[in-house]
Design a protein around this ligand. Structure first.
Ligand SMILES: *[C@@H]1O[C@H](CO)[C@@H](O)[C@H](O)[C@H]1NC(C)=O
Ligand SMILES: *[C@@H]1O[C@H](CO)[C@@H](O)[C@H](O)[C@H]1NC(C)=O
Ligand SMILES: *[C@@H]1O[C@H](CO)[C@@H](O)[C@H](O)[C@H]1NC(C)=O
Ligand SMILES: *[C@@H]1O[C@H](CO)[C@@H](O)[C@H](O)[C@H]1NC(C)=O
Ligand SMILES: *[C@@H]1O[C@H](CO)[C@@H](O)[C@H](O)[C@H]1NC(C)=O
Ligand SMILES: *[C@@H]1O[C@H](CO)[C@@H](O)[C@H](O)[C@H]1NC(C)=O
Length: 366
């Protein structure tokens, strides 16, 4: 029986489950992929200025600590995507929606704060994933016709960090079970987007799963009666995120078998972010749910927004030591937290297959 199982395993390994990896072209594993460009899709977790350009400025103190001014990011400094492009020795990504000082020679950022995978009216932003992909298709055809650049698009890295808003919005009027039943629809639209990009020539995909949405301070304040896990996060909402991630991971493994000459990497950002919460003391953070930038109207959203109650200007206040906080503003992560997560992405320790980002083009089928 044992021998039978082992033989079956070997057969599956060679011909079945790992088909893609067994047929891999042995590429010198010391060599980096030298991605010439990064194209990113997502929400505010990776928006490097789209909302600022298209809707309204993300005000200081956002960005001030690192950039010396607001740079359109909801954080005190760099986002995970900034650490990724730094590591690939590429410039920070210019938002597709920004026209001033744009540099698209090494990619573009289609991520827009508040975006969802699915186009629902309840979503905070109209730039859902399907729209972001349409923008990419326009970007690509314009680039090819204007500059006659040959196919860098197939050598680029395509990164994704989206899904959190679909879950957070769904949770406002659905039970855990109702929302879980809805997940396949979100995954379906995610898959449509990935396949469209593949059809456009994209080959290397790095897909972040969704974070522990139930640990975000602003949601903890809204759902006071919802059960908590032993660290204080909203248990039902995290359960939904875990189920979403499970289905996303399965889909990615299917795509890896289905689409030749490509590599889809699944990145477990959930675990990295959740570990920040559970190991906050050890990592030097204060209360894991407290945050640095407090809105003028008191604790709540609105970091940096100036308000004029009774005609007097009121600013939001920033904390003394930003590196003590996991959360920057109650919704978005601090630069320190982003760096800790990014380091684990870059070295491959939370990726499947476990490749460093610089090598996320390996193990291609012939
Ligand atoms: C575009 O580039 C290709 C290959 O680099 C070249 O053969 C072709 O003539 C170029 N077309 C134009 C319109 O410049
Ligand atoms: C939740 O609200 C959205 C619109 O915001 C609606 O489409 C959906 O059907 C609602 N779901 C439930 C379970 O009520
Ligand atoms: C989302 O998926 C549904 C099928 O579930 C499809 O009808 C719809 O066109 C998709 N929307 C986008 C924008 O991809
Ligand atoms: C800020 O907090 C970090 C983490 O607790 C600590 O290492 C650092 O010394 C603090 N810096 C200042 C100026 O207090
Ligand atoms: C505005 O004025 C009213 C009445 O004087 C006062 O009760 C309220 O606290 C003031 N609001 C702020 C934010 O100062
Ligand atoms: C990129 O990350 C890898 C893995 O952590 C590291 O070995 C390498 O030194 C980094 N390179 C740069 C340029 O930061």
């Amino acid at each position: 029986m044992e021998t039978y199982k082992r033989t079956l395993f070997i057969i599956l390994f060679l011909f079945g489950l790992n088909e893609k990896f067994s047929n891999a072209t042995p590429i010198n594993s010391h060599k980096s992929c030298n991605f010439p460009a990064v194209y990113n899709f997502g929400d505010s977790n990776s928006d490097t200025g789209a909302i600022s350009a298209a809707i309204g400025e993300v005000p200081p103190p956002n960005g001030v600590a690192f950039f010396g001014r607001s740079e359109g990011r909801h954080s005190d400094g760099r986002l995970i995507i900034d650490f990724i492009t730094e590591n690939l020795t590429l410039p920070y990504l210019t938002p597709y929606l920004d026209s001033v000082g744009a540099n698209y020679r090494h990619g573009a950022n289609f991520a827009t704060g508040g975006s969802c995978v699915r186009p629902t009216a309840a979503c905070f932003s109209q730039f859902h994933l399907g729209t972001q992909v349409s923008q990419f298709i326009h970007f690509k055809s314009r680039t090819l016709s204007l500059y006659n650049k040959t196919n860098d698009f197939s050598k680029a890295l395509y990164t994704f960090d989206i899904g959190q808003n679909d879950l957070a919005i769904g949770f406002q009027n659905m039970t855990e079970e109702q929302l879980k039943a809805f997940i396949p629809k979100i995954i379906e639209n995610f898959t449509i987007a990935l396949k469209l990009l593949y059809k456009e020539g994209a080959r290397f995909f790095s897909i972040h799963n969704t974070g522990p949405t139930g640990c975000l301070s602003y949601l903890l304040k809204s759902f006071t009666a919802t059960p908590r896990d032993r660290y204080g996060c909203l248990e039902p909402l995290n359960n939904v995120a875990i189920e979403f991630n499970k289905q996303l991971k399965n889909k990615i493994s299917e795509l890896n078998k289905e689409l030749p000459s490509s590599l889809f990497t699944y990145v477990d950002v959930y675990s990295a972010k959740y570990n920040l919460i559970t190991k906050s003391k050890h990592l030097g953070f204060v209360d894991p749910f407290d945050y640095c930038c407090v809105g003028a109207v008191g604790r709540g959203m609105g970091c940096g927004k100036t308000i004029f109650p009774n005609g007097t200007e009121l600013y939001s206040s920033s904390c003394k030591n930003r590196t003590e906080f996991i959360s920057w503003d109650g919704i978005h992560y601090s630069e320190t937290a982003n760096m800790l997560v990014a380091n684990q992405i870059l070295d491959g320790s939370i990726s499947d297959p476990p490749l460093p980002t610089q090598k996320a083009c390996k193990l291609m089928k012939n």
